[in-house]
Design a protein around this ligand. Structure first.
Ligand SMILES: O=C(O)CCC(=O)C(=O)O
Ligand SMILES: [Fe+2]
Length: 374
């Protein structure tokens, strides 16, 4: 079956930005529609150069590997041994791995399930419905393939939050997220309830991470005022998964991330130069240290490098990001610097950092451009 280019609905206008295929002046076809047209081979723009390709067998072919740590938040008590243990586990996981599974975190399973169902419902809509939400600027709210570079990742994304670095007019925002999703019915309510619950967990985690760094509970939120946002990712089934990547190796650009994956394997994290698959644990979140925490924490916690493999089965993930205000200045916290440990990074304004991240193809170690003293 041939590939069809979706037509614009009557009255629907072409919009500027990355959504235009400049060669044809038609909107770029979204990956889900390409896959649904029944391809047997992946289109050339998704094919990675040979040195970037990975097979699902690669990570396992190197023999048994460690599993990422699991931290149980129900071990917490107010001030006692349970809390000390959880903080010690957070420190160890953030230093050794930059990530961990978090279980018993307080976000109700029903709320997580409803949000995942709403997300999957959006990606299952007919193309003409999905198109109504198309992203109009790189990193803005809406439906798109997010990065400004040449090579495409094997995914479609729905940004519930605008991460373009530019403010959204208030009148166009939903109650909690920037995006207002009227289809599928009930999706917006499920997502907003989820956003509020995950935001509470994120606030609690800002305190825990502050204390894990040996600082006061409000340390992180004073250093980098918290902003919260969510991007949902859908990786359609791929006929030739070994030729493409769901997401290239990268670190996240916020403070930290809470990933909520469905039951399909695909995520891998880099630990001691080795790629380790992260099998989903039902109703857990994967906590990931991201770049801003590595900067503010003066290199103590490492922003974890991760990638996503494509596969024969569709996979959906909700990525919840603790980020900061567009104008926030990010720098190593003076409390964590000393003569022995001078600032490891130069300061950067968050929106400038975001623009750098979104400009090119996604890639690893973008933070290194800000390292001092090399
Ligand atoms: O799909 C995943 O498991 C990871 C998503 C991710 O890394 C991201 O959205 O930054
Ligand atoms: Fe990521």
């Amino acid at each position: 079956m041939g590939r069809e280019v979706p037509r614009l609905a009557p009255g629907q206008e072409l919009q500027s930005g990355n959504s235009i295929d400049t060669a044809t002046k038609r909107p770029e076809e979204m990956l889900i529609s390409i896959v649904e047209s029944g391809i047997e081979q992946v289109p050339p723009e998704f094919i990675r150069p040979p040195h970037e390709r990975v097979s699902r067998l690669d990570s396992d072919s190197q023999g048994p590997h460690e599993q990422i740590p699991v931290i149980d938040l129900s071990m917490m008590d107010d001030e006692g041994a349970g809390k000390r243990q959880v903080l010690a586990e957070i420190v160890r996981a953030c230093e050794d791995w930059g990530c961990f599974h978090l279980i018993n975190h307080g976000v109700p399973a029903l709320v997580m399930d409803a949000a995942m169902k709403a997300t999957k419902g959006f990606f299952a809509l007919p193309a003409s419905e999905r198109e109504k939400y198309r992203m109009t600027k790189i990193g803005g709210k809406g439906y798109g393939q997010a990065y400004g570079g040449q090579t495409k990742d094997w995914n479609d994304r729905l940004f519930l939050t605008d991460f373009s670095g530019e403010e959204e007019p208030k009148s166009e925002r939903g109650a909690f997220f920037d995006l207002v999703l009227t289809n599928p019915p009930g999706a917006q309510e499920a997502l907003e309830t989820y956003g509020e619950a995950v935001y509470k967990l994120v606030q609690r985690t800002m305190v825990l991470v502050s204390e894990a760094l040996g600082q006061s509970p409000e340390f992180l939120s004073t250093e980098i005022p918290l902003r919260f946002g969510t991007i949902t990712n859908h990786y359609p089934p791929c006929p030739q998964p070994d030729l493409v990547l769901g997401l290239l190796p990268h670190e996240d650009g916020g403070i930290f991330t809470f990933l909520h994956q469905d039951e399909v394997l695909g995520l891998e994290v880099l630990k001691d130069e080795r790629w380790v698959p992260v099998p989903p644990i039902e109703h857990a979140f994967i906590f990931m240290v991201a770049d801003l925490l590595q900067i503010v924490g003066n290199d103590r916690f490492k922003s974890v490098t991760h990638r996503v493999l494509a596969g024969p089965i569709a996979r959906t993930v909700m990525a919840n990001f603790a980020v900061t205000g567009n104008d926030a200045v990010i720098q190593p916290a003076p409390e964590l610097c000393s003569d022995l440990e001078p600032p490891a990074f130069r300061s950067v304004v968050y929106k400038d950092y975001l623009k750098m991240l979104l400009r090119d193809d996604i890639h690893a170690k973008r933070l290194e451009a800000f390292r001092l003293g090399l």
